[in-house]
Write a protein that binds this ligand. Structure first.
Ligand SMILES: Nc1nc2c(ncn2[C@@H]2O[C@H](COP(=O)(O)OP(=O)(O)OP(=O)(O)O)[C@@H](O)[C@H]2O)c(=O)[nH]1
Ligand SMILES: [Zn+2]
Length: 331
């Protein structure tokens, strides 16, 4: 997924992987890490980064050269030291490779720090129960905004289809063309697997929507792979903090379970970036005055002109504007 890699590239790497132009010549003493191996961060817990190096889970810590640079789940990292994965070993992360995507959230009431939640994910799967608990569209909207902003493809995953029909919910998101799957406990998850195949997908859902049930159906041996049943069920040790990345069977992609993340602070999202996720709408706003937010309250927005001219369906503009407005709503 590379639609908008450039934008966060600039923002992120200036202070991150790509330091400003080197002002000092590279010294001979500077290690080159020729012996480093590449791994992927699957979970983070109290300063320890569990990385998958080929088929081995390796416990690592950040090394001094990284300074205060963040390392998050999904990062591709270079590791030196003992990568045997043996009990008691601790290898060191010496480099974080450039991120393809960055799912971030703004500081909010529950967490005062803006954070990168997951790196290098392609898809954000918004898990919503059709009933019990009742779907909360505001949360879905906000998750979609986070996905579009991150340059990730959204997928609606509607669970508990034994309890209610999906039609009403689907009608709300149809004008935006959001892809979806419908599932329930015990159902064949082939359709879900097809959507996840070959990609890294972050699963996001409110408590009780059936996310753990789905993860267990997708990755039956998850506890063996991760060494922690708790991490998979979202109960216990990992409940509040870290995302956990799991490989789907037969190498058919990766999922990142986010037990502690139920909503997104979106203050960092620029309306002009959001509209880029909808190229047809973006084209209509080419003539908008600078500073037009494209909201319904704007007196002369190209989106309204587009509807009048028959260039776009009114319900698509309305649905887009609902997303736009959700940016402002409380998390
Ligand atoms: N009727 C029905 N109940 C389901 C379905 N899927 C899950 N449940 C039930 O819904 C409850 C929540 O399921 P979980 O899988 O734990 O949901 P979760 O989203 O992981 O919730 P947390 O563990 O709180 O984060 C459990 O009692 C499940 O048995 C479904 O398809 N239909
Ligand atoms: Zn406008």
């Amino acid at each position: 997924m590379s639609r908008r890699t450039g934008r966060y590239g600039a923002e992120d790497y200036e202070s991150y992987e790509r330091p400003r132009r080197r002002t000092r010549p590279r010294t001979k003493e500077r290690p080159t890490y020729d012996d480093a191996v590449t791994g992927r961060v699957v979970t983070v817990d109290r300063g320890r980064y569990t990385c998958l190096v080929e088929d081995t889970l390796v416990t690592t810590m950040k090394s001094r050269p990284l300074g205060r640079k963040g390392v998050v789940v999904g990062d591709s990292v270079r590791i030196v030291g003992d990568v045997s994965g043996d009990e008691g070993t601790l290898a060191r992360i010496v480099e974080v490779e450039q991120r393809r995507t960055v799912l971030r959230r703004t500081a909010d009431d529950t967490d005062p720090v803006e954070r990168v939640v997951v790196a290098n994910a392609d898809q954000l799967v918004v898990v919503v129960a059709l009933a019990d608990p009742e779907p909360r569209l505001g949360l879905v909207d906000r998750a979609l905004v986070a996905a579009y902003d991150a340059g990730m493809d959204p997928l609606l995953c509607l669970t508990k289809s034994d309890l209610a029909a999906p039609d009403d919910l689907l009608a709300v998101y149809a004008p935006l063309g959001v892809p979806y799957v419908v599932t329930r406990r015990g159902a064949d998850v082939t359709a879900v697997r097809e959507r996840l195949d070959g990609r890294t997908s972050v699963l996001l859902g409110h408590s009780g929507v059936g996310k753990s049930t789905l993860v267990n159906a997708l990755v039956p041996d998850a506890d063996r792979e991760t060494g922690s049943v708790n991490a998979v069920t979202g109960r216990g040790r990992h409940t509040s903090v870290s995302a956990l990345m799991l490989e789907l069977p037969a190498g058919a992609g990766w999922i990142v379970d986010t037990p502690g993340i139920r909503s997104f602070g979106l203050a960092h999202v620029d309306p002009d970036d959001l509209i880029d996720a909808f190229p047809d709408l973006a084209a209509l706003t080419a003539g908008c005055s600078r500073g037009c937010t494209h909201a319904a309250s704007e007196p002369e927005c190209g989106l309204d002109a587009g509807v009048l001219a028959g260039a776009v369906a009114a319900d698509r503009v309305t649905a887009y504007r609902r997303l736009l407005a959700s940016r402002e709503a409380a998390a």
